[in-house]
Design a protein around this ligand. Structure first.
Ligand code: UDP
Ligand code: LCN
Length: 828
């Protein structure tokens, strides 16, 4: 065994496991991008080898063998600052070469590194002391070297399972420019439609077949069954357009439908003469010319989705009284808001297409009999604010078939999911009277179930990511075996590989989730090349450059999250909330008496997970005098007593926070409330804190997106957000909030102090935050894009130009040979 093996207790969550944080000076790239897939290992161009030898020697002096991205970046900036012999040219090229490098290994006297010449592209290289140039090594060899560090030579040299998805994506379009990352739909569409136009007859036939098979409520739409050939289709199209052109005044829709039907067309092309003419114009352009942009516009306009199934099994899924409970946060808010927005968008689209039908959305989750006062034991519940959206709860089963009564942590959920999917399939088909038109999976467990259902029902699968645990827990791949008892990462990461590869398209909330930036590896990208020693080596897992990744950020509910100056505020709600949380004698569950209640509040509200890093906020508050003197700290979490918590991480975090308040003597400046606020109260607490010129703190060690950030911004409350993950993309630093490094206690604390002590700055950031959310983060935008994207992917899947059968068989094999046996061996 080598000296890098850690025991499980040493394994801390580290946000920066995949992130480099400094050395960001260089603006260009040292290596050019390979023309082919990420697996390609072209020859490296000359590198500043002398300087690299010296840099790796300084790493050796640190007595460590493995350096993660942020450590490489910080060591590199120290090295560049200390070595005065380096010429500017050499400095620049070393910085470029190692920019965003996710890891360096020192293996004996040879140094290995992963280089990232561009976001989403990795090279594996090594440097031997006697070498005069960097040597490319294969991904397999690189992973074997990594395993050697943990397993020792003998074990690591054995043949083991290698997972490699790259052959299945050989012909799949990929983004070539970093700027296109997150816009997979455009790239896919451009490339595939160009291919299709090369065989125009085949394309017309396939489009006709696709349109002819569309149904709404069992009724034929768009094109009638009797239009059999592409030739007839084109002739009929010209004829119907000519007839429509002769109509001068807007006739009733029934008459327009009569005209359509007389030429073999069915309803669904529009609700008015103008709309039908426009859509048929797009169709004519698509059939006659090779213009992909018309094709995308056409597909987005068509009423192809009426019923949607959303899958979100874990946590406590309900509309009230659950946020802040373990495993229960933004995803629940997101799914409920998404369901409402999607239903609304489907209804708008069906009406605009002239169809007399309405949309229906089912949210499938888990039924928890021991519901702790929530509605989680209710099998069917109407979604508030929607017309025909429902929460459908299906129980988890014990091996003998009985219902499992209690909540199950997201880390222990795996053995229940296959039975859950099977029972849910029947419930969903009964509820919708057939298969849904679209299945949206949420997070790892939801996407595994969505994958099983989509496969059986033949439906398009859209995967929403929310969070990827591998990037949250430092070294959770390499040291999976030690963590298995508590976290079951072997099942979790395998499920992620299977379901995110099987989904037809993947929706992320931020670019960080996909291919990251030039300085930081993205979260999907972190699943491209990794090893779980003794289990398998992943040579190509999730490729962030495939044109299946799309950034479609969520929004905030405008009903609850509006600016502080808005007349919709309810004075009674403000007063009662202020009394409950901020008053001299607060409600039960609030700890701490404030010596100077008139001071602005540094406010944080989050789950008590390690990753949320709330105890560090206490340290920041204590460490920066300017902050302590000019503000109070308000924490709102669902629990504030360890003895009430059931989740192991929660127990630890609560205890740590209490210790820090005692240690720094912060009584008198901290109010800590155990509360579960409903949405109107949440909106109002942000506004109350904004009334007092406070600030919202989001110091997470890693945040996939961060709904609280946009909620606070929408409510006029300036935010200081973490530089790790989504918040750094939401907040334009200095304009709509501040971004700071939460591992730098002083820096984050100073940023908070800057906001509360400078009135002009506060006003600018407050207004900047409102503007940012209103222009970029609305649910309407989200629903329009998500459904438009679904139409396009669903068409391309139908045409089978993406070679799915081989990929599906590989996923099936891994499910049965790797995932399932491990899951079946778990207790339930
Ligand atoms: N939330 C809440 N009470 C809490 C903690 C969180 O109401 O004690 C809500 C918060 O308003 C937001 C969501 O839960 O809507 C948290 O979402 P975010 O994306 O910030 O974090 P997550 O918990 O999903 O990691
Ligand atoms: C999960 C997270 O960790 C958050 O960052 C997101 O905002 C939330 O899901 C909703 O997507």
């Amino acid at each position: 065994m080598s000296n890098v093996t850690k025991d499980a207790s040493q394994l801390e969550i580290d946000p920066r496991s995949t992130l480099a944080i400094e050395a960001r000076a260089a603006a260009h790239h040292a290596l050019s991008e390979p023309a082919t897939a990420t697996n390609a290992q072209p020859t490296a161009p000359p590198a500043p080898v002398g300087a690299l030898h010296r840099f790796f020697a300084t790493l050796r002096a640190a007595q460590k063998r493995h350096f993660l991205g942020h450590e490489v970046a910080s060591e590199l900036s120290k090295f560049l600052a200390s070595d005065s012999t380096l010429t500017p040219q050499v400095r620049k090229s070393v910085s470029r070469l190692l920019r965003g490098c996710p890891e360096v290994f020192l293996d004996g006297d040879t140094s290995y590194a992963t280089l990232r010449p561009k976001p989403g592209i990795k090279r594996t290289v090594r440097l031997h002391p006697s070498s005069t140039q960097l040597e490319e090594v294969s991904r397999g060899e690189f992973l074997r070297m990594k395993d050697r560090q943990v397993q020792g030579d003998e074990e690591a040299s054995k043949l083991g399972l290698v997972i490699d998805f790259s052959p299945y994506y050989r012909d799949f379009p990929q983004v070539s420019e970093a700027a296109e990352m997150g816009d997979g739909i455009s790239v896919l569409h451009r490339r595939l439609s160009a291919q299709m136009y090369q065989n125009a007859d085949r394309f017309r036939e396939s489009l006709l077949k696709y349109l002819r098979e569309r149904r709404v409520d069992g009724q034929s739409i768009l094109v009638g069954d009797h239009v059999r050939s592409a030739g007839d289709f084109a002739v009929n199209l010209a004829a119907v357009r000519a007839d429509l052109d002769e109509i001068d005044e807007e006739p009733p829709l029934s008459k327009l439908i009569g005209t359509l039907r007389s030429h073999g067309f069915e309803p669904g092309w529009g609700a008015s003469l103008t709309a039908i003419r426009e859509t048929l114009y797009l169709l004519a352009r698509v059939i006659e010319s090779a213009d992909a942009s018309h094709f995308a516009d056409l597909m987005r306009r068509l009423p192809l989705v009426r019923t949607v199934l959303m899958v979100s099994p874990h946590g406590w899924f309900a509309q009230e009284g659950v946020l802040g409970k373990p495993d229960t946060g933004g995803q629940v808010t997101y799914v409920l808001d998404q369901a409402r927005a999607i239903e609304r968008q489907i209804n708008d689209q069906l009406a605009a297409c002239g169809l007399d039908a309405t949309g229906k959305v089912i949210i499938l989750t888990r039924l928890i009999p021991e519901a702790e006062g929530t509605t989680c034991s209710n099998p069917r519940e109407a979604v508030h604010g929607a017309s025909d959206s429902w929460i459908l709860r299906v129980p988890f089963r014990e091996p003998a078939g009985g219902v499992h009564p209690a909540w199950v942590s997201r880390f222990q959920i795996w053995p229940y999911l296959e039975d859950f999917a099977e029972e849910s399939r029947q419930a969903v088909v009964t509820e919708l009277l057939g298969a849904p038109d679209l299945i949206i999976g949420h997070y790892s467990d939801g996407n595994l179930v969505a994958h099983l259902l989509a496969e059986q029902l033949g439906t398009t699968h859209c995967a929403c990511v929310h969070a990827l645990e591998k990037t949250k827990y430092l070294l959770s791949d390499t040291h999976w075996a030690e963590l298995e008892g508590q976290y079951h990462f072997s099942k979790h990461f395998t499920a992620d590989l299977l379901s995110y590869n099987s989904a037809d398209y993947v929706v992320s909330s931020s670019l960080r989730e996909i291919g990251g930036t030039e300085d930081e590896q993205g979260m999907i990208e972190a699943h491209d090349l990794f090893s779980m020693p003794g289990l398998y080596r992943v040579q190509s897992g999730l490729n962030p450059r495939l044109a299946r990744h799309n950034v479609i950020p969520p929004g905030v509910s405008e009903e609850f999250f509006f600016p502080a100056g808005d007349p919709r505020r309810v004075p009674e709600l403000s007063e009662s909330l202020s009394r409950r949380l901020l008053g001299e004698e607060p409600a039960e569950g609030c700890l701490g008496t404030l010596a100077r209640p008139e001071l602005p509040m540094v406010f944080a509200m989050a789950r008590m997970d390690k990753i949320k890093n709330l105890p560090s906020l206490i340290e920041m508050f204590a460490a920066v005098e300017r902050l302590r003197e000019n503000a109070n700290l308000l924490l709102v979490t669902s629990l504030n007593r360890s003895e009430d918590a059931k989740d192991a991480e929660e127990v630890e975090e609560i205890a740590r926070a209490h210790r820090l308040i005692d240690q720094y003597g912060l009584h008198g400046s901290v109010r800590w409330c155990a509360a579960r606020l409903d949405k109107s109260e949440t909106g109002e607490i942000y506004r109350l804190i904004a009334d007092g010129r406070g600030v919202f703190a989001q110091p997470a060690l890693m945040e996939t997106f961060g709904l609280t950030v946009i909620e606070a911004m929408a409510c006029s409350l300036p935010v200081v957000g973490t530089c790790f993950g989504g918040p750094s993309e939401i907040i334009e630093h200095g304009a709509s909030g501040l971004v700071a490094d939460p591992t730098d206690i002083q820096a984050f604390g100073q940023a908070l102090a800057d906001v509360v002590t400078d009135r002009d700055r506060w006003c600018d950031l407050s207004q900047g935050g409102i503007d940012r959310v209103q222009s970029a983060y609305t649910w309407k935008l989200h629903a329009e894009r998500l459904l438009g994207t679904a139409n396009v992917y669903s068409y391309w899947n139908h045409t089978d130009v993406m070679n799915r059968p081989a990929l599906d068989r590989y996923i099936h094999t891994l499910y049965h040979a790797v995932y399932r046996p491990r899951v079946m061996a778990m207790d339930r």
